[in-house]
Design a protein around this ligand. Structure first.
Ligand code: GH3
Ligand code: MG
Ligand code: MG
Ligand code: MG
Ligand code: MG
Length: 301
């Protein structure tokens, strides 16, 4: 679900402390300013602090700006940071080399405060727009949960991580029971409101770090639980089932209870060699099918 945007962070990487002082003073109104005096220290800080913007000196002792930038562009967690090169080499060739390396902009030395501020302001605004688009691209429009596209990406990444570290991954498929009848009886608008309530319950139930709830499509949802054993997953499934029923949304035509319920299919395992995320989804789907067959309003492992 949507979270408030944190204050912008600007990281200055420059081997000259005087330049750092100058630049910091120029941009300190525009965000939280961090600095590093070497490429290695700068990369470490970037990885832990995820700045929106990096002002990167080109000529540095040891690792130069281009080498630092290359590491940033290679790192999936850092790739989206905007890099602005800061350099005394102001030839067109130098400028083109900076942009071709993937930097968003180029600031010439000697520094001009108004120019630095205008460029930083522009790129922070663009970064915010890109972040907003990213969020939209990953979000389900009706419920605000993550969408299937994002879920599939996260599942692939978590599956690979759990296989690498040999940890148990938990997967939860949720399907609202007799939802066609609900729509038939109350109309699509109330159907939509019902899905929103169920989604909120799912989101509340997936708040620990790494846990993720998504709308998989229609009246089907999915929850990903990292490092979760089959026993813990079975308890979670039962709890979630009760939680959805406890919303108490009236549904007189439902087969299992006079209110909205859901059936839940579970799969938890340590991914083996040759195992796939798709196979885990299929296993959860089979369990969901058994939950439906056994009378709905239950979770099955
Ligand atoms: P079962 O217990 O076997 O899952 O029965 P069901 O009626 O829930 O399953 P079925 O697949 O027959 O119907 C799903 C219904 O969900 C049909 C579809 O119109 C409705 N649905 C899917 N997406 C939405 C949505 O975004 N809003 C609303 N209101 N209804 C939706
Ligand atoms: Mg330098
Ligand atoms: Mg369904
Ligand atoms: Mg169905
Ligand atoms: Mg259904």
């Amino acid at each position: 679900m949507t979270t408030a945007a944190p204050r912008n962070t600007i990281l200055i990487i420059d081997d000259n402390p005087d330049t750092i002082r100058l630049l910091s003073a120029m941009v300190r109104e525009q965000g939280r300013v961090l600095f590093a005096t070497s490429g290695v220290a700068g990369l470490e800080l970037a990885r832990s602090q995820r700045p929106q913007l990096i002002l990167l000196d080109v000529e540095m002792q040891g690792m130069d700006g281009f080498a630092v930038n290359e590491q940033i562009k290679k790192d999936p967690d850092l790739r989206s940071c905007a890099v602005i090169f800061v350099t005394a080499q102001t030839s067109s060739e130098a400028e083109i080399a900076c942009l071709d390396a993937g930097a968003v902009d180029f600031i010439p030395k000697p520094l001009n405060a108004a120019v630095v501020q205008a460029r930083v302001r522009t790129h922070l605004r663009l970064q915010a727009a890109v972040a907003a688009l990213d969020e939209l691209a990953n979000q389900d429009g009706l419920t605000g949960l993550y969408n299937r596209r994002y879920f599939d990406q996260q599942l692939a990444a978590e599956f690979a991580r759990h296989r690498r570290h040999q940890l148990p991954l938990g997967l939860v498929l949720i399907d609202v029971d007799d939802f066609k009848l609900f729509n038939d009886r109350y109309g699509h608008q109330r159907g939509d409101a019902c899905l929103q309530e169920v989604a909120e319950a799912l989101n509340d139930g997936a708040r620990r770090p790494g846990e993720l709830a998504a709308r998989y499509g229609g009246e089907e949802f999915v929850v990903l639980l990292p490092n979760t054993t089959p026993d813990a997953l079975a308890r979670y499934g039962d709890w979630l089932c009760r939680r959805i029923a406890a919303l108490g949304i009236p549904h007189p035509s439902a087969s299992a209870a006079p209110h909205v319920t859901a059936s839940i299919g579970l799969c938890a395992r340590i991914p083996a060699e040759g195992d796939t995320a798709q196979a885990m989804l299929h296993a959860a789907d089979m369990a969901l099918y058994r939950a439906k067959r056994a009378g709905r309003n239950r979770s099955v492992l």
